[in-house]
Design a protein around this ligand. Structure first.
Ligand SMILES: [Zn+2]
Ligand SMILES: [Zn+2]
Length: 269
């Protein structure tokens, strides 16, 4: 069975389509379990709306639950819908994710690094800095944040673990050591890593993580899940045929879904 645990909604203002269109798209792609994971309301830089606002969070949860009920009642129960959230990791704002995990009964929460300090490094409008600074240092700072995120123990899924490669800038000196260290730390944690397909449509043109990084994750016994990071209904389940082949080639036999913060294996065979 296919699963897709990372879908956005138009509530973050940089995605489009009705929530039900995402569900329908998932059904048409034979996805058995799909989860919404909208951007959490805290970000270091707040002048453009890129996420849920604080007062929209309850409405988001309500909207997901409404769809859950609706699709649970349908005769053939064609799909299971999960309630998730993609939470920004901001080292000085850890009370927010902790509070949200208490306040809402999420099936899972994704932890993601979208900012290095105040720099939104994955935004098209802010990528110039990659040409001005040392790429190796940027990578070191990024993976240090990933390490801190993992060590908080707050999050269930590591979001797009190597997002820093999005625009195709790589350190001349390499970054094998950073992959190795990150994989080792993830292996010591309870976290699942998503094989996020959105990178296939970005300048880097590969999954987050790519094949070599995935091999290291496998070596350290890190469990995986599958996600499209869809910001449009038609992106739901994108490149999943390739993703499943890559997972199997790397030796994975299953991926994980969640229910009320507990992970549940789903066979890839
Ligand atoms: Zn987004
Ligand atoms: Zn993200």
């Amino acid at each position: 069975m296919l699963i897709d645990l990372h879908n956005h909604t138009k509530m973050c203002c940089h995605a489009e389509g009705e929530m039900e269109e995402y569900v329908q798209a998932a059904i048409s792609k034979k996805i058995g379990v799909m989860g919404f994971a909208e951007h959490s309301p805290w970000m270091p830089e707040q002048h453009i709306k890129m996420a849920l606002s604080w007062d929209e969070a309850p409405l988001y949860v309500q909207n997901v639950k409404k769809l859950q009920d609706q699709y649970d009642r349908e005769e053939k129960r064609r799909i299971k819908i999960l309630l998730g959230m993609e939470m920004d990791f901001v080292p000085e704002l850890l009370d927010h994710p902790r509070e949200f995990c208490q306040k809402y009964d999420f099936d899972y929460v994704i932890g993601s690094v979208h900012y290095i300090g105040a720099w939104g490094f994955d935004q098209d409008t802010q990528k110039k800095k990659f040409e001005l600074d040392s790429i190796r240092e940027i990578y070191e700072r990024y993976f240090d944040l990933v390490k801190q995120l993992v060590q908080t123990g707050i999050f269930d899924i590591m979001g797009h673990v190597d997002l820093v490669k999005k625009f195709g800038y790589f350190p001349e000196q390499g970054w094998d050591d950073l992959q190795e260290e990150t994989a080792r730390i993830l292996g010591e944690s309870d976290m699942v890593v998503e094989l996020n397909a959105s990178g296939m449509d970005k300048p880097v043109g590969e999954f987050y993580p790519g094949p070599d990084f995935l091999k290291r994750l496998k070596k350290y016994g890190v469990p995986m899940t599958l996600s499209s990071d869809a910001h449009k209904p038609r992106e739901v389940g994108r490149y999943f045929d390739k993703a499943v082949i890559l997972l199997k080639e790397t030796g994975y036999r299953e991926v994980f879904m969640f229910s009320k913060r507990k992970k549940i294996p789903v066979s890839l065979y």
